[in-house]
Design a protein around this ligand. Structure first.
Ligand code: BG6
Ligand code: MG
Length: 213
């Protein structure tokens, strides 16, 4: 029986994956690299610093540590200028239904996000006070695909990992859930997330009968 629900943020709860992509595209262009959709899939769930390392490798470019820090800050500034415009309309389909069903069943809900901006984004979409625990990149040492984010979330809601379900839209997040011994629900296409236990298009399509697994 599954008892705890752990949700990723970007691309699962709200439509912010496209903002990260926009901001990284802008930066990559400065290095004469055109970021592809495939790069975007690979970057989902990956921390800000690891994302920049990936892009520099693709662009075959190396930069000083000072430039690296400055690039991270500039990317975040572009990203935040897009987040600034957000409100509840940026919630992905089915989020409200999912939250009300989870509350009805009295199931603890945790956030497990690789973003350092998670709380700000949750505030923008009006969900900051709807979680029993929030684990973001400020709280962990090892980002996804390491399971630390989800293990910490499970610990904070006091549910053993094998009784938790993780909802993720990224390859690295699905890997983190599986290696943390959790049931992994992919949000998106099975072809993009082959290691997920099941895939659904959005949270609204989650069948709560799955909890009896
Ligand atoms: C993840 C996103 O949730 O957070 C990644 O999928 C992003 O695309 C990562 O790079 C880090 O986000 P932030 O907000 O700390 O730059
Ligand atoms: Mg995500």
């Amino acid at each position: 029986m599954k008892k705890g629900l752990i949700l990723d943020l970007d691309g699962v709860i709200c439509d912010t994956a496209k903002f990260h992509f926009e901001a990284w595209k802008h930066l990559a262009a400065e290095y004469h690299y055109s970021l592809t959709e495939a790069d975007n899939e690979a970057l989902k769930g990956v921390s800000r610093a690891d994302s920049l390392t990936f892009i520099l490798k693709q662009a075959n470019h190396s930069i000083s540590p000072e430039q690296f820090t400055s690039d991270l800050n500039r990317k975040n500034k572009w990203y935040l200028s897009l987040v600034e415009e957000m409100d509840q309309s940026f919630l992905l389909h089915g989020v409200f239904d999912f939250f009300s069903k989870a509350k009805e069943l009295n199931m603890p809900l945790a956030l497990g996000s690789a973003s350092k901006n998670a709380k700000l984004v949750l505030e923008k979409v009006g969900l900051l006070n709807h979680f029993n625990a929030i684990v973001d990149a400020n709280l962990v040492t090892n980002g996804k695909p390491n399971p630390e984010t989800f293990l910490k979330a499970a610990e904070l809601i006091n549910i053993p990992p094998n009784q938790c379900i993780v909802f993720e839209d990224s390859v690295s997040g699905i890997e983190a859930a599986i290696s943390g011994n959790m049931y992994a629900v992919g949000i998106g296409n099975a072809s993009d997330l082959p290691k997920a236990n099941i895939c659904i298009p959005d949270l609204g399509k989650f069948d709560f009968n799955t909890l009896t697994l």
